[in-house]
Ligand binder design. Sequence first.
Ligand SMILES: Nc1ncnc2c1ncn2[C@@H]1O[C@H](COP(=O)(O)OP(=O)(O)OP(=O)(O)O)[C@@H](O)[C@H]1O
Ligand SMILES: Cc1ncc(CO)c(N)n1
Length: 270
Amino acid sequence: MGYGNVAKVLTIAGSDSGGGAGIQADLKTFQELGVYGMSAITAVTAQNTTGVHGVYPLPPEAVAQQLRAIGDDLEPQALKTGMLFSSDIIETVAAQVRAYGWRRLVVDPVMIAKGGASLLREEAVAALCRSLLPLAEVVTPNLPEAETLSGLTIRTYADRLEAAERILAYGVKYVVIKGGHGEELDTSVDVLYGADTVVEYAAPRVATKQTHGTGCTFAAAIAAELGKGASVRDAVSVAKSFVQAAIEHPLGIGSGHGPTNHWAYRESVR
Ligand SMILES: Nc1ncnc2c1ncn2[C@@H]1O[C@H](COP(=O)(O)OP(=O)(O)OP(=O)(O)O)[C@@H](O)[C@H]1O
Ligand SMILES: Cc1ncc(CO)c(N)n1
C-alpha cells in the first residue's frame, strides 16, 4: 500500500527536550492520528517535567528557511503554531504562511509554561493578534491567554463569550477557549465559538498533575484532523477525546508535571 495521499501536517513551535510538550508532543499526536508530521523549530528549550531551565530562540531567518524548505517541496494540508517567542518570529511565520497561501492554520497562543517561564515576549502579543490571527482558522487560548488576547477578566460563561467575540474580531474564524484552568471541579469544559457557532465540549476533570503538554497535544490533534479534511467542529471533538484519553492514562514518568500519554487514544478506540 502506498502513502502518497497521506495528509501532511506542519508544526511551527518550540522544542521541549523533555518530550511532553512543544514539537515533540505535536509530532507524536500527528503520528497517532495518521498524518505525516513536519516541523519548523522556533526555539530550543532545556526543559523537563520540573520546569523550563533554558530558552534559546532561533534567528528568524532560520525559521524562514525551514518554512521555505517545507513549502518548496512538501505542501502541508494543515498547520499549527505553538511557542513563537518574539514578534520577529511571528512576522516571519505570517509572511511565509501568506506567501505559500497555507490554509487550515491552528494558532495555539502559547504564552507561559506551567512553571511560570515566559514562552512569548510581552511585546509579541500585538503581532500575534494583528499578523497571525487574521490568517488562522482556529485559535486555542486557555483562560489566562484568552484574557490577554481580549483584554478582559474572565469569570463567567458570559465573560468567555465576550472574550471570544473580541478575539474573533481579529479575523480568526473560530476560537476554542479551553477550560483546563477553569474552576469547575467535576468537568473541564472547552467552548468553540464562531460567527454563528457556540459548541461546548465537556469531559470529566482528572485529578492529576500529569498535564504537561495538554494544550500542545489538543491543538496538534485539531490540526491533524483538519489536515484530513474534517470540519472544525469534528476536529475539536476528536481533539477533546484524544487529550482526555492522554490525561486519563498518564505514563507516570518524571518527578514534576509529567507528560500525557499519546498512545492512549489509539488504545481506547481499538
Ligand atoms: N485536569 C484535567 N482533566 C481533564 N481535562 C483537562 C485537564 N486539564 C486540562 N484539560 C484539557 O486539556 C486541554 C488543554 O487545556 P489547558 O487549559 O490545560 O491548556 P493549556 O494551559 O494551554 O495547556 P499547557 O499547559 O500545555 O500550555 C483542554 O481540552 C482541557 O479541557
Ligand atoms: C516548547 C514548549 N512549547 C509549549 C509549551 C506549553 O506547554 C511548553 N511547555 N514548551
